[in-house]
Design a protein around this ligand. Structure first.
Ligand code: EPZ
Length: 421
């Protein structure tokens, strides 16, 4: 096991390159198994544990995987199983995309229920509702989601909640169904659009991704293709917030500034200088920031996945800030760790009331989930003295080489082996 040891209080200066989007990559890799001819060559794939986990899962189904520098080539022509029941499947959230992908291609899927970050109840009823509407029978037995369809036929589906996972999963299955599927009240996140673009490059016929309604005309088969994953909106937001928190001047490169608008707007409201270029953003901060109120919402609202880093920044911003988490019911557990550093935050249900303090002081912290871990790294970087963050396997699931990237900005951070966690 490893931990991060941070000697905080240093301003950040320089440039960092944002990697490919985790939540796009972890959907596109399972989607690649829908190619019954040719290989998929995927570029801008982030070097993170969730991607490695998915690659092992695909190999267990007899896909051939060749890894390159930020690329992965997937040959799924010789898949010999529709059963995904390994420990890796149960460890991560995005393994549930195998349900839609296998159902679309083989009309059956037997995939163990997924794991993922402990941020609240994570039902999959909307995924199941979608598969059933397409004509599949779905049961859950002994921890496995069993899906079977004699025929998959396009349907009109109105989701009860806006769900990234359900939108993508049902879109996968519908891409290879007979006839037209119309999905309404869908998620509009950039990674939903990226998965639709990838499927279209494979030969699918999907229109409307990025709006409230997605229209899918099913095709008979999908083929391999070359595709480059979009930059990671959440990783970019995390580095922007780190720059605001530590002070200095950071250029966040290889991003789509449009995807960052809700985060950029909040940082500007707080007094951070943010300059947008074509594919980069410059963040300048003198650390004298004012508190603001934040409510997490589906895209284009403020992303829940950046809430924890933002709450950490607000812990040292002037006055009172209120953060309302509208997506996940328990995404404030990490606040107890921030309190060890002197933060003054009261959590009431899905709301955090933050009274800004002048500074945080270094402490021993335990990452409770992926984004909480990133938030603790930011807390350590801006705090006075030494902070240690254990359980960083959570962070490695979603942030490629986080300590290397922060080192390039002048941070004093190192990874060391530990028995803790
Ligand atoms: C995706 O999770 C992301 N994970 C999450 O990122 C992200 O927080 C979330 O979308 C929201 O943006 C991946 O892409 C792998 P949802 P997902 O279905 O798809 C409710 C990270 O840190 N819901 O959009 O699981 C659900 O309870 C992770 O990278 C149902 O009620 O989220 C939640 O309140 C953490 N029934 C809301 O919808 C369902 O069938 C949004 O969930 C599905 C969801």
């Amino acid at each position: 096991m490893e931990k991060l040891v941070i000697n905080g209080g240093k301003e950040l200066f320089g440039k960092i390159d944002v990697s490919g989007a985790k939540n796009a990559a972890v959907a596109i890799i399972p989607a690649a198994i829908m190619a019954s001819q040719g290989v998929c060559v995927l570029d801008n794939i982030p070097d993170i544990e969730d991607v490695q986990c998915l690659e092992r899962i695909l190999e267990s189904l007899n896909c051939k995987i060749i890894k390159g520098n930020n690329t992965v080539t997937i040959d799924s022509t010789k898949i010999n199983s529709v059963h995904a029941n390994t420990e890796d499947v149960r460890r991560m959230r995005a393994s549930y995309y195998l349900n839609g992908a296998l159902l679309g291609r083989f009309r059956e899927a037997y995939v163990d229920l997924p794991g993922g970050c402990p941020i609240g109840v994570r039902p999959i009823d909307q995924h199941i509702k979608g598969f059933e509407a397409l004509g599949a029978t779905v049961t859950i037995e002994h921890g496995t989601v069993k899906i079977k369809a004699d025929r998959l036929v396009g349907a009109n589906i109105f989701f009860d909640v806006v769900s990234v996972g359900a939108t993508i999963n049902v879109m996968l299955a519908a891409a290879l169904a007979e006839g037209t599927t119309v999905l309404e009240n869908v998620a509009k996140e950039p990674h939903v659009v990226d998965v639709a673009n990838f499927l279209n490059t494979m030969g699918a016929n999907i229109k409307g991704a990025g709006t409230d309604v997605i229209r899918i005309v099913g095709v008979k088969e999908l083929k391999g293709c070359s595709y480059s994953v979009i930059p990671d909106q959440i990783e970019a937001g995390t580095y922007m917030i780190a720059a605001a928190a530590c002070g200095g001047e950071v250029v966040v490169n290889n991003i789509i500034p449009k995807h960052m608008e809700s985060i950029t707007a909040k940082l500007i409201e707080m007094g951070v200088e943010v300059i947008e270029n074509e594919d980069s953003i410059v963040v300048r901060s003198n650390r004298s920031l004012k508190g603001v109120n934040v409510k997490t919402l589906p895209y284009p609202g403020f992303p829940t996945d950046v809430q924890q880093p933002m709450t950490t920044l607000l812990a040292v911003s002037r006055g009172r800030s209120i953060v309302n988490e509208s997506i996940w019911e328990s995404r404030f557990k990490f606040v107890d760790e921030l309190k060890k550093m002197g933060a003054n935050i009261k959590v009431e249900g899905r709301t955090a009331i933050i009274d800004g303090v002048d500074k945080l002081t270094g402490a021993m912290l335990k990452a409770t989930d992926l984004r909480a871990g990133a938030a603790m790294v930011i807390a350590g970087l801006m705090a006075e003295g030494i902070t240690e963050v254990t359980c960083i396997d959570h962070v490695d699931r979603g942030y490629p080489h986080i300590e290397e990237k922060f080192k390039m900005l002048g941070a004093d951070i190192r990874r060391v082996r530990t028995e803790d966690c």
